[in-house]
Ligand binder design. Structure first.
Ligand SMILES: Cc1cc2nc3c(=O)[nH]c(=O)nc-3n(C[C@H](O)[C@H](O)[C@H](O)COP(=O)(O)O)c2cc1C
Ligand code: SF4
Ligand code: SF4
Length: 435
């Protein structure tokens, strides 16, 4: 049986599944329920500075997008950091860590952007004996208007500065949680590393308005007739997070920087994908808020079964294995040719492939409608774009097959040719200039 134990910055947990900083981790009773269910660790709901706690709205703070089967695809929230008293949170963190020494307990923090504020909270958090801190530079709503959250995360110089303060004022491992609301994720990640951070976690939520109620003419989640942009998470954000994790994993400056991956993890497969891109742990919020804490049973058993199938004894045996396959467009092999192939025995003759290719792709699926409906690929036109594969309602009915023998009727060139990336392509003006 695969060994799921994780050691992230020296923080040990029985599995790599941590609950992300959010409502599931905002109090002792929740966190203990989560640990009893089997979660490897938690990042406690973000604490703020001492003093009167923040005030949340008392109306709908969540919005969502559902699929046609009412499955939740994306969740949006306008919740702030913890609205519980700092002293109560600190006491509970200490009690939970004492009672659950084998689980990871990281405390998330967000205080004003000055060194004294960070120094003060770090001293208090250190007393709890928790395993580390996560700097919340991510929330795109509410706190950002007060100069915190994503207002810090969007300025690499601030990220570096605060990371450096934290490293100077605590012995605890420092994880910098990044906002996706930025054009180049490598900049804040590099800044975090430059400031001495031990790791990055990503992503926090994506700035968003989920919809407009066309009767009330307000955002579809509104408080007394007004709404605001919030933070989106859940399955819909996973592709965004995967791309950002990959950028950090392969960047020459941040390569090797430990990553705790977050964003849409709902199944063991999502987690395995992040691990394949180099993540040491994965954090989960929406899936727990949608299905409850016991989802961790499927996450751990599914991941272990996959690892057993593949012969991976430990997480590290496949961690980062997919990173080398990710490159820039200019390095893709332009001599590689694939063509669509329709498996007639599976075809239900709906015609969707024909319509989409005819209207929006390369007019490469021929419909023979006399004497029955038959759809066939015309290889002289097919560019292998994959659209028909994606819209066909029958899985496996259309496959995209790599061509290796013969001549491409579309281009007149042999299928089997040496790899040719754009960087060496004769149509590339830069190559011509170099010649
Ligand atoms: C209701 C709610 C509250 C959240 N509060 C915080 C927070 O206090 N601190 C923080 O760093 N992230 C917060 N997050 C973001 C999550 O920790 C996580 O980064 C995000 O939800 C993406 O993960 P997911 O797709 O698994 O939900 C919150 C998310 C939700 C849904
Ligand atoms: S792969 Fe693209 S071009 Fe080829 S048949 Fe399908 S939709 Fe048309
Ligand atoms: S979309 Fe798929 S099932 Fe429908 S006609 Fe095309 S190949 Fe057949």
């Amino acid at each position: 049986m695969a060994d799921l134990r994780s050691d992230f910055l020296g923080i040990k947990s029985p599995n790599p599944f941590w609950l992300a900083s959010a409502p599931p981790t905002d109090r002792k009773v929740n966190v203990e329920r989560a640990f009893r269910a089997g979660w490897g660790g938690v990042v406690w709901k973000t604490l703020g500075e001492a003093g009167p706690p923040v005030v949340n709205v008392s109306g709908a703070r969540y919005g969502a997008i559902h699929g046609p089967d009412r499955r939740l695809i994306a969740l949006n929230n306008i919740e702030l950091i913890t609205d519980r008293d700092l002293e109560i949170n600190l006491r509970e963190i200490k009690e939970v860590k004492r009672a659950w020494p084998d689980r990871a307990l990281v405390t998330s923090l967000m205080v004003p952007c000055d060194e004294e504020s960070w120094k003060a909270i770090l001293a208090r958090v250190e007393e709890t004996e928790c395993d580390g801190i996560e700097l919340n530079f991510g929330c795109p709503h509410g706190m950002s208007e007060r100069g915190m959250g994503s207002a810090v995360g969007q300025v690499p110089e601030y990220v570096e500065m605060v990371a450096r303060w934290c490293k100077a004022h605590t012995r605890m491992p420092v994880i910098v949680k990044l906002t996706p609301n930025i054009s180049d994720i490598r900049q804040p990640a590099r800044a975090a590393k430059q400031g001495g951070a031990d790791a990055v976690s990503l992503i926090n939520t994506v700035n968003s308005i989920m919809g407009i109620d066309l009767d009330r003419m307000t955002p579809d989640v509104a408080i007394d007739g007004k709404g605001t942009h919030g933070g989106m998470c859940g399955p819909a954000v996973k592709p965004i997070a995967l791309a950002m994790v990959a950028e950090i994993a392969r960047d020459s400056v941040t390569r090797g920087l430990p990553i705790s991956a977050i964003g849409g993890v709902t199944t063991w497969r999502d987690a395995a994908e992040y691990i394949a891109l180099g993540a040491g742990t994965v954090q989960v919020c929406t899936a727990a808020m949608t299905y409850g804490f016991r989802i961790v049973e499927e996450l751990t058993s599914g991941l272990a079964a996959y690892m057993d199938r593949k012969g991976y004894a430990r997480i590290d045996d496949f961690r980062g294995r997919a990173v080398a396959s990710i490159t820039d467009w200019q390095h893709l092999n332009l001599n590689y040719v694939a063509k669509a192939h329709i498996h007639q025995d599976l075809c239900i003759k709906c015609g969707r492939c024909h319509i989409v290719c005819e209207d929006t792709s390369h007019q490469a699926i021929v419909a023979k409608l006399d004497g029955g409906r038959v759809f066939e690929v015309n290889e002289s036109e097919c560019v292998g774009c994959n659209l028909c594969v994606l819209v066909c309602p029958v899985e496996g009915c259309i496959t995209l097959d790599h061509q290796t023998q013969g001549v491409d009727p579309r281009t007149g060139l042999a299928y089997e040719r040496a790899p040719l990336p754009w960087t060496a392509h004769p149509n590339n003006p830069a190559v011509k200039a170099a010649e």
